[in-house]
Design a protein around this ligand. Structure first.
Ligand SMILES: [Zn+2]
Ligand SMILES: [Zn+2]
Length: 433
């Protein structure tokens, strides 16, 4: 299946053979709909500030996006300089998000940038995700994408996912309410790859190309994919603001598109929601709690959850595996990391003797346990997160640490227009299963 890369689909265009000026004018008319006021009010979260993320951020800044939350755990390395438009030699050793913030501010003085050094799966509160128009995934590897997709599903925020290969650009738009999600696209072999962890980024492809005497093509694919991602993200921002005039306001949810640059060909695959996929059960009703923040003990959030549910909640549903203890197999040194098992901060080897450590994880934390008396940030909970608590009878309730909102730029506190399909009372009020 191939089709030209045209907003609104190929069928929408009057294409007159032999009159290139007329067909070009029709093309431009379809692309004229992005509005400066919508761009200025828009907020996006960009996950990953590598080669692809840099291109997406560049486009967003130049298009006048209002607020960019930029999330990446890494520092700029020498090898990034040849691939990324955002970084210069002075940035080597600096966190990517800090270097990116400085560069983006120069390009877009009106735009705000909120840098987060961390992993988007664990270090960004769901309350941040649910307050952006869309999330733009510029990540390496399937495990990160799967994690991001699940976070976006929990926050009920649409996301566009990008990937690059040797002169291949891939984009897809996911919103579990409206089509297949990233998780739905995974084959059994890809699930195996995820459990094995550590798939190579574009670095390996680059090295392979150099060794074979070819020119690494990451900049080409990143540039194309970055621009396409931003175009899709801007569609979402316009779809949220009725009357903003875009003729085909929504992305094609669940459609994955590969642009094979060498062949000049588009390859499309559409995904429908898989019955076994856990990302389509929401959205849950989120209770915004201005009296709660990450500095409060977990027990305080649990008390509020019990009051909301009208029954004692029993446990906090962490949403991932939390490492509650790690013990060295050789020297027996032990600590309580209290970070997600897959988080970059998790040390799998002993800090004293570098031997592998035995880890114990928990998916639920009992609200009566000693851990529940600790401040929530001690448990790896990021500011403005949404916590789910479960009662013994299986009912659940979700509370947001809305008190943390003061830590974020003012634009994030302004109400976000919902997507057209999300009307009050049409599903938003459902309680978590
Ligand atoms: Zn799915
Ligand atoms: Zn040790």
């Amino acid at each position: 299946m191939t089709s030209p890369p045209v907003l609104g689909g190929a069928g929408a265009l009057p294409h007159r053979r032999g009159d290139p000026t007329a067909s070009r004018a029709a093309l431009y008319a379809e692309c004229r709909e992005l509005r400066a006021d919508v761009a200025a009010a828009s907020r996006f979260l960009v996950a990953g500030a590598g080669a692809l993320g840099s291109e997406a951020l560049k486009c967003l800044a130049l298009m006048g996006a209002g607020l960019l939350v930029v999330v990446d755990p890494d520092r700029v390395e020498e090898r990034n300089l040849a691939r990324s438009v955002l970084y210069g030699p002075d940035d080597v050793g600096v966190p990517k998000v800090s270097a990116a913030t400085a560069r983006l501010a120069a390009w877009s003085p009106e735009g705000r940038v909120l840098p987060v050094v961390g992993d988007v799966r664990y270090d960004v509160g769901l309350g941040v995700l649910r307050r952006v128009d869309a999330v733009i995934g510029c990540l390496d590897g399937r495990a990160s994408r799967l994690g991001l997709g699940r976070r976006c599903a929990s926050a009920d925020v649409p996301w566009v996912d990008g990937a690059i290969g040797e002169r291949i650009a891939r984009i897809a738009a996911f919103w579990p309410r409206r089509g297949g999600c990233y998780e739905c696209t995974l084959t059994p072999a890809q699930w195996e790859e995820i459990s094995a962890e550590g798939p190579p980024g574009c670095g390996a492809a680059q090295r392979g190309a150099r060794e074979a005497g070819r020119v690494p093509t990451t900049p080409l694919a990143a540039s194309v994919a970055g621009a396409l991602l931003v175009s899709e993200a801007l569609k979402i921002a316009h779809a949220r603001r009725p009357g903003s005039g875009l003729p085909a306001p929504e992305p094609d949810w669940g459609l994955e598109r590969y642009l094979v640059m060498a062949a000049g060909r588009w390859v499309d695959t559409r995904y429908s929601p898989e019955p076994h996929c856990g990302s389509h059960g929401g959205p849950w009703e989120v209770h915004e709690e201005p009296g709660l923040g990450v500095a409060d003990p977990l027990a305080a959030a649990a008390d509020r959850a019990s009051a909301l549910l009208g029954a004692e909640v029993a446990a906090w549903d962490v949403g991932h595996e939390l490492v509650v203890s790690a013990r060295c197999r050789r020297c027996d040194a032990a600590d309580r990391p209290l970070v997600a098992e897959g988080a970059p901060a998790m040390r799998r080897s002993c800090p004293r003797c570098a031997s592998p450590r035995e880890v114990r994880t928990a998916r639920y934390v009992a609200v009566g346990s000693r851990l529940a008396r600790r401040p929530m940030w001690d448990l790896g909970i990021p500011p403005l997160d949404v916590l789910r608590f479960r009662a013994a009878d299986g009912r659940a309730v979700a509370v947001e640490l809305t008190g943390d909102l003061s830590r974020f730029p003012a634009l994030l506190a302004e109400p976000l227009p919902p997507l057209p399909e999300i009307r009050p009372g049409s599903g938003r009020g459902r309680t978590a299963p």
